[in-house]
Design a binder for this molecule. Structure first.
Ligand SMILES: NC(=O)C1=CN([C@@H]2O[C@H](COP(=O)(O)OP(=O)(O)OC[C@H]3O[C@@H](n4cnc5c(N)ncnc54)[C@H](OP(=O)(O)O)[C@@H]3O)[C@@H](O)[C@H]2O)C=CC1
Ligand SMILES: Nc1c(N[C@@H]2O[C@H](COP(=O)(O)O)[C@@H](O)[C@H]2O)[nH]c(=O)[nH]c1=O
Length: 595
């Protein structure tokens, strides 16, 4: 079965026609086709302004007619959903709205949600949930609370055709999804090469390999990126402009990566009258040239270790979502080796230039056998004028299902958690609302000291017990001293300080099996604490259904990390304990009722 669209302008009544005439039975195919259309619309907003989430919306009537469409023009402009219902007018009432992605903003009068509600939309189909943790699920909940049926692909129903449609939604917002899941911007390596695999002649001359049409596509790619990056050699060789001459809004920042800072005094990139340029270099490189660049308005950023990963982490922190790499093979190889390149876009021109010294798109990666070659995924082929455009991903788009902070395994640990709409309780400092979950909370526990005699001792906090256990059982008087120092430490902070610094400075005092037993040690201490203090157990049980996350930005093992990158083992152990207490109480309730 095939589905075809005719897009009309005003009055925007278009038709999605099922070729076999049956438009009632195959709902999945219809939903999938409209969602793909919403993703195509979303794609249109890429590059009109600085990259932002791309939103598209299709309003379809119950008979499968497209009544209205819209896409977000730029951040702060009318939501795609509002544009679509406006276009659909009275046809919105009772219709279905197809959204490539859950809207972020759902409170107030001029949001996507209010537009859909006020227009009388009956059903909303969402391609993917919003990838950012703090926004995910809110709009869906709000729509449902207003009585609108909401279906999310992959959650409410699954099929191959819907999975493909969902993928198009992931792809159209790949940079945002990467931002939500990793510490680097989404990076695309683009190059133009001859049929014999050269990106320039042996002389270094490269203007031009690809056709004018292909180069226009490059302008569009630039327009959809936050920044374009090249290496020092490309600046010396090509004197590029790297502007997005596609006639529309956004122009990306230009970035030059150079170790030597041995760059020409006159270069197109030093003209920052329309677009800015940032030069990233090794700390201390050519200070006088740095001053010269600064006088031209070029920003220079020094790095202790100039490498693609450090540079990408830096631009991630500066808020960059997507980067287009237009460098030569030397820097490209370094970037691929550092795993910062996610997608490759190659224009292959039907030309042969030859030359054993002519540069190729990717320098040495240290591979010696074809079995080591990197295989692209989701490869696309497209003819652009005389050239062939081959693109594909070096790394898959991270999937968003199911979404639990820090670890998908949370649901396995605690089945009471809804994998799709987890409510999250963060705890960290002892004075916070759930501060008693912290290991630093002032709740002494009585536990065996772990030595040979296994006498019970009182530990001022879980932290005291946990830190001391690093050195328990080690046949060294200094280890015994350390345990005692930690046990008598005046605060959990002091206990942590002694434990952590001794582990770093005198690793020989740490028990050999520490890495294997530390989770068990923590679990026992937590179990003792929550069993000793009934009111703490009640607080823990009151959180049923919520994900517990220790909001430590530094501790990526016990805590959830700054952006959910931590393993959150403390949160996980507390959820496990909660689950066990729940099981115990349901067993005792059963016993009481059967007695
Ligand atoms: N057809 C096409 O699509 C393209 C063709 N070209 C052509 O390629 C040739 C240049 O290729 P190439 O020499 O590989 O140029 P690159 O753009 O890869 O520049 C390499 C330079 O990048 C800088 N650099 C900074 N950090 C690193 C790092 N960690 N690893 C590697 N490099 C780093 C260094 O600059 P420094 O020496 O200043 O310290 C290095 O010399 C030119 O002939 C150009 O015309 C270039 C781009 C695209
Ligand atoms: N030679 C070559 C490309 N080269 C890339 O384009 C840069 C020049 O950009 P600009 O100065 O803005 O026109 C150059 O430094 C290099 O990064 N690109 C292509 O699409 N096709 C080509 O054939």
């Amino acid at each position: 079965m095939s589905l075809s669209f005719r897009i009309c302008s005003s009055p925007l009544i278009c038709r999605a026609t099922l070729s076999n005439g049956d438009n009632s039975r195959n709902h999945h195919a219809i939903d999938a086709a409209f969602i793909r259309r919403a993703a195509d619309l979303a794609e249109m907003s890429a590059g009109l302004t600085s990259p932002h989430p791309n939103f598209g919306c299709v309003i379809a009537t119950s008979s499968g007619k497209v009544a209205g469409e819209g896409y977000l023009y730029a951040q702060g402009t009318k939501p795609a959903e509002a544009l679509a219902v406006e276009a659909a007018g009275e046809f919105s009432r009772g219709s279905t709205a197809y959204l490539n992605m859950e809207p972020g903003d759902c409170h107030g009068d001029h949001t996507a949600v209010s537009a859909l509600v006020q227009a009388g939309i009956e059903r909303v189909v969402v391609g993917i949930r919003h990838p950012l943790q703090h926004l995910r699920g809110s709009a869906i909940r709000e729509l449902r609370s207003q009585g609108i049926e909401v279906n999310v692909l992959g959650e409410d129903f699954e099929s191959k055709v819907l999975e493909d449609a969902r993928k198009s939604c992931l792809l159209v917002n790949a940079p945002l999804i990467h931002r939500a899941c990793s510490q680097v911007p989404f990076s695309v390596l683009k190059y133009a090469m001859t049929l014999d695999g050269k990106i320039a002649a042996s002389s270094g001359h490269a203007a031009w390999i690809s056709s004018k049409l292909s180069r226009t596509r490059v302008f569009e790619l630039r327009g959809g990126s936050d920044a374009v990056i090249v290496g020092g050699n490309t600046v010396r060789q090509d004197d590029p402009r790297l502007t997005a001459r596609h006639g529309q809004g956004h122009t990306p920042t230009r970035i030059v990566m150079t170790q030597s800072l041995d760059l020409p005094e006159e270069a197109n990139l030093w003209d920052v009258s329309e677009v800015s340029t940032i030069v990233v270099t090794q700390r201390g490189a050519r200070k006088s040239f740095q001053k010269y660049l600064a006088s031209k308005g070029v920003e220079v950023v020094e790095f202790d270790m100039l490498n693609p990963r450090e540079v990408m982490e830096y631009f991630h922190l500066r808020g960059y979502l997507s980067i287009l790499w237009e460098c030569g093979g030397t820097l490209a190889a370094s970037a691929i080796s550092s795993s910062v390149i996610h997608k490759v876009v190659a224009f292959v021109a039907p030309k042969i230039i030859g030359g054993s010294k002519a540069p190729s798109p990717v320098g040495d990666l240290g591979m010696v056998e074809m079995t080591q070659a990197l295989n692209l995924i989701d490869v696309c082929y497209e003819q652009v004028g005389p050239d062939m455009l081959v693109s594909g991903y070096l790394q898959p788009i991270p999937d968003l299902l199911p979404v639990i902070p820090s670890e998908d395994a949370t649901v396995e640990i605690d089945p009471s958690v809804d994998p799709f709409e987890p409510s999250i309780i963060f705890f960290y400092k002892t004075w916070d609302l759930y501060g008693s979950f912290s290991n630093f909370s002032p709740h002494p526990i009585r536990m065996p000291c772990g030595g040979e005699n296994d006498d019970y001792m009182t530990w001022s906090s879980v932290e005291h017990y946990y830190q001391a256990n690093k050195f328990v059982g080690v046949e060294n008087p200094m280890a015994h001293d350390c345990v005692e120092k930690i046990r008598t430490a005046r605060s959990p902070e002091e206990a942590a300080l002694i434990g952590r610094s001794t582990l770093r400075q005198k690793p020989e005092l740490v028990r050999n099996d520490w890495e294997d037993v530390k989770i068990e040690v923590m679990y026992k201490a937590l179990k003792c604490k929550f069993s000793t203090y009934p009111h703490l157990k009640s607080i823990l049980l009151s959180t049923v259904g919520s994900v517990l996350v220790e909001a430590s930005p530094h501790d990526l093992f016990w805590g959830g990390g700054r952006e959910g990158e931590g393993l959150n083992y403390l949160g996980r152990l507390l959820m496990q304990l909660r689950s066990e207490y729940l099981d115990e109480s349901s067993v005792s309730a059963e016993n009481t009722s059967s007695a």
